[in-house]
Design a protein around this ligand. Structure first.
Ligand code: FAD
Length: 397
C-alpha cells in the first residue's frame, strides 16, 4: 500500500501507554486518532508485566497518578466497558528500622494527594501472610485498594474502548521515521513507504522510541534491562494473600491466579543490559538460587514450595527510573516512554496526561504537574526523585 492516510493524532506503539493515551483522547472527544503498532497490542513490555498495583510512591505526583488510575481499574466495566483482570487483594509494604521514618513521611505525602494508606503492625500482617517471617521489619503500610492486574488485558480494554469511540488501530504496521518540517512534526513514514499525515504524534514505543527520536537529534536516555520473574508452587493453598513488597530483602511477591506465587526481585542496584528484540525468556540458574533464597528466608512456613516456571521481560530505564511524558523540541511531538518497570499501575493517568498535553499543552490535575515528567529534566540534571528515599531500596520511586 502506498496511499497516504491522515489523522488528527498518530500514536506510535500499541502497548499499555499508547492504548491508554488513545482511550484518554477519545474520553475528551478526540477520536480522529490512529494507533500504529508494529506487531499486536500488548506484544511489548506490556505482555510481561507483573501488574502490581499500589499507590506507595515517594514522588507525590506518581502517588497521585496511581490513586487516580486505581479508580479506573476498580470501575473498569463502567469506564472501559469490560473487565481488565484487576484483583484487589490489598498491598502491604514492609521496611526495616533505617527506613521507618521515610515510610511515615512518604505515607503522609501520599495521603495529601488522596491515597488511602494505613499503618499496620506485624501481628496484622501475620494474619494476612501466615507463612512469613516478619521479624526484620520495623514498619508496614497497608493499602486495602491495592492488588494486581493484567496489563495485557488492560491494554486490550483501552484499545477496545478507544476503537468503539472511533479510534483506528493499525496492527502489523511499523513506523520507520517521523516526518518533520520547519521544526514541527507533519507525519510518520511506514515500512511500506506510505505516510500518515498529522499535526500531532504521540510516541509510546517503549525502548524502541529511542532510535526514532535520535534520528531527529533528540536524546531519550533509556537503557534496556532484562527482568526475570519466577513462579513458585507454594506447596499448599495460600488463601487470599495480598501483594507483599519486602524492602528488607528487596523482593515482591503476589498471588497468581493459578495458586502460585509470582516472585520479582526489587534489588535494581545491578541491572542486566538487554536487547528488547533478542533476550532470553527464562531465568538463569543463579537467579533461581536468589529466588529460592529470598522466598525461603521470608516465607519459611512454605516448606514444600517448588519452582513452577520462569520468564523474563525488559524494563526501559531512565536515569531517575521515571518516565518522560513530555513535549519535545519538535512541535507537535509528544513522548511517553521510559516507564522503568512501573508503568502499569499509572497507565490510565499517563493516558490522561498525554491527552492533556495534546489538547491543552499542560496537565489538568494540580497534583500531577506536567513539569515533573518533562524530558528536559535529564539534560538539566534535575531528576525526579523521592524526597524520602529508602536506604538500599532506590527502586521505590
Ligand atoms: C517483567 C516486568 C514486570 C513489570 N511489573 C510491573 C508491575 O508490577 N507494576 C507496574 O506498574 N509496572 C510493571 N511493569 C512495567 C509495565 O508493564 C510497563 O511500564 C508498561 O507495560 C510499558 O508499556 P509501554 O506502552 O510503554 O511499552 P510496550 O508495552 O513495550 O509498548 C511499546 C509498543 O510499541 C511497539 N513498537 C515499537 N516500535 C514500533 C514502531 N517503530 N512502530 C510501531 N510500533 C512500534 C511495540 O511493538 C510495543 O507494542 C513491568 C514490566 C516488566 C517487563
Amino acid at each position: 500500500m502506498t496511499g497516504h492516510d491522515t489523522a488528527e493524532v498518530v500514536i506510535v506503539g500499541g502497548g499499555l501507554e499508547g492504548c491508554a493515551a488513545a482511550w484518554a483522547l477519545a474520553e475528551r472527544g478526540t477520536t480522529d486518532v490512529v494507533i500504529v503498532e508494529r506487531s499486536t497490542v500488548g506484544s511489548g513490555g506490556t505482555g510481561k508485566s507483573s501488574g502490581v498495583v499500589r499507590c506507595h510512591y515517594g514522588v507525590a505526583s506518581l502517588a497521585a497518578m496511581a490513586t487516580r488510575a486505581l479508580e479506573v481499574f476498580e470501575n473498569a466495566r463502567d469506564v472501559l466497558g469490560e473487565d481488565v483482570g484487576f484483583h484487589q487483594t490489598g498491598y502491604v509494604v514492609g521496611v526495616g528500622e533505617q527506613n521507618a521514618g521515610a515510610l511515615a513521611a512518604s505515607m503522609a505525602d501520599q495521603r495529601a494527594v488522596g491515597v488511602r494508606t494505613e499503618d499496620i503492625d506485624a501481628s496484622e500482617v501475620a494474619k494476612l501472610w501466615p507463612s512469613a517471617d516478619l521479624e526484620p521489619f520495623a514498619a508496614f503500610a497497608w493499602e486495602e485498594r491495592g492488588g494486581y492486574g493484567d496489563a495485557y488485558q488492560t491494554a486490550q480494554a483501552f484499545a477496545g474502548a478507544a476503537r468503539r469511540a472511533g479510534v483506528r488501530l493499525r496492527q502489523g504496521t511499523t513506523v520507520t521515521d517521523l516526518i518533520t518540517r520547519s521544526g514541527a512534526v507533519t507525519g510518520v513514514r511506514l515500512a511500506d513507504g506510505s505516510e500518515i499525515h498529522t499535526g500531532t504524534v504521540v510516541l509510546t514505543a517503549g525502548p524502541w522510541s529511542v532510535p526514532l527520536l535520535a534520528k531527529h537529534g533528540i536524546t531519550l536516555p533509556i537503557t534496556v534491562h532484562r527482568e526475570q520473574i519466577v513462579l513458585i508452587d507454594p506447596g499448599e493453598a495460600l488463601g487470599p494473600v495480598p501483594v507483599f513488597s519486602d524492602l528488607v530483602s528487596l523482593q515482591y511477591v503476589r498471588p497468581e491466579s493459578g495458586g502460585e506465587i509470582l516472585f520479582g526481585n526489587s534489588d535494581l542496584a545491578e541491572l542486566e543490559p538487554a536487547d528488547p528484540d533478542r533476550y532470553s525468556n527464562q531465568a538463569t540458574p543463579s537467579f533461581l538460587d536468589l529466588a529460592v533464597e529470598k522466598v525461603g528466608t521470608r516465607f519459611p512456613g512454605l516448606e514444600d514450595a517448588a519452582i513452577a516456571s520462569t520468564y523474563a521481560g525488559c524494563y526501559d530505564v531512565t536515569p531517575d527510573f521515571n518516565p518522560a511524558i513530555s513535549e519535545t523540541d519538535i512541535e507537535g511531538l509528544i513522548v511517553a516512554a521510559g516507564f522503568s518497570g512501573h508503568g502499569f499501575k499509572i497507565a490510565p493517568s499517563v493516558g490522561r496526561l498525554v491527552a492533556d498535553l495534546v489538547l491543552d499543552g499542560t496537565s489538568s490535575d494540580p497534583d500531577i504537574p506536567a513539569s515533573d515528567f518533562r524530558l528536559s529534566r535529564f539534560a538539566e540534571g534535575d531528576l525526579l526523585r523521592s524526597p524520602h528515599p529508602y536506604v538500599g531500596a532506590g527502586e521505590m520511586r
